[in-house]
Design a protein around this ligand. Structure first.
Ligand code: 13P
Length: 253
């Protein structure tokens, strides 16, 4: 069984100095954790973060990658570049990328394939909007996003894949989904992944993201199909992020 994963998505926050301070506090507090702690930093801070981590108890991830593998693509960053500077994880298909930067299902699938091929662990984000949620379309949306991202992968899914269920309506709103709603969605996701990749689904970690805080983390992380969290706002505060990580109980592993 994998350790649960608590991943922080720093989004476009911080500065070199602020992020280094945050990372130092996380490194100092990461020694006795029962989970794998990951920070997904903005691209320009990845190399300095990797130098600071230097074998310590925090893993490094990026927030996005290119759908291309190299060449004349101004401003793009490839999967190989991320791996080279010390990333082990990369977020793929976050709803902010899908909604604000037009990452289509096809682009998300290409990014996912590139990440897997470079040996990174992609954290594939899926989730429904409030309108879809209220219309009772959550399962249909999740199934379509999974199918689009996974079915076209040229290689069998390796051990690397991580999925994050992030209902769009719960992101940055303070409105976390209840543990029961999250468990039902995760169970459905595991079942759907099992239809696409029958042998892999039991061991693929499924994280929950959307207003996870120290106050609600323990109840969410105690659900049987919740294998960790993808944390936005609360990951910018070392005490809050470590409190979420400490909510992972050794018994839950
Ligand atoms: P919040 O934790 O701020 O709701 O953000 C969640 C998220 O988008 C993580 O990727």
């Amino acid at each position: 069984m994998h350790k649960k994963i608590i991943a922080g998505n720093w989004k476009m926050h911080g500065s070199l100095a602020a992020n280094e301070r945050l990372l130092d506090l996380l490194l100092a507090g990461s020694e006795d954790l029962a989970c794998t702690l990951v920070v997904c930093a903005p691209h320009v801070y990845l190399a300095p973060c990797a130098r600071r981590i230097n074998g310590g108890g925090v893993r490094l991830g990026a927030q996005d990658l290119s759908a291309r593998n190299g060449g004349a693509y101004t401003g793009e960053i490839s999967a190989a570049m991320l791996a080279e500077v010390g990333c082990q994880y990369v977020i793929v298909g976050h709803s902010e990328r899908r909604r604000l930067y037009q990452d289509s299902d096809e682009v998300v699938a290409r990014k996912l394939g590139n990440a897997l091929a470079a040996g990174l662990a992609p954290i594939l984000c899926i989730g429904e909007t409030m309108a879809e949620h209220q219309a009772g379309r959550t399962h249909a949306v999740l199934a379509a996003q999974l199918q689009a991202a996974l079915a076209s992968q040229p290689q069998p899914l390796s051990q690397q894949l991580v999925i994050a269920y992030e209902p769009v309506w719960a992101i940055g709103t303070g409105l976390s989904a209840t543990p029961e709603v999250v468990q039902a969605a995760h169970q459905f996701i595991r079942c759907e992944v099992g239809r696409i990749y029958p042998t892999a689904s039991a061991r693929i970690p499924i994280l929950y993201g959307g207003s996870m805080k120290p106050e609600n983390a323990a109840a969410l992380l105690a659900m049987p199909d919740v294998d960790g969290g993808l944390v936005g706002g609360a990951s910018l505060d070392a005490a809050d992020f470590l409190a979420i990580a400490r909510a992972v109980n050794l018994r839950d592993q």
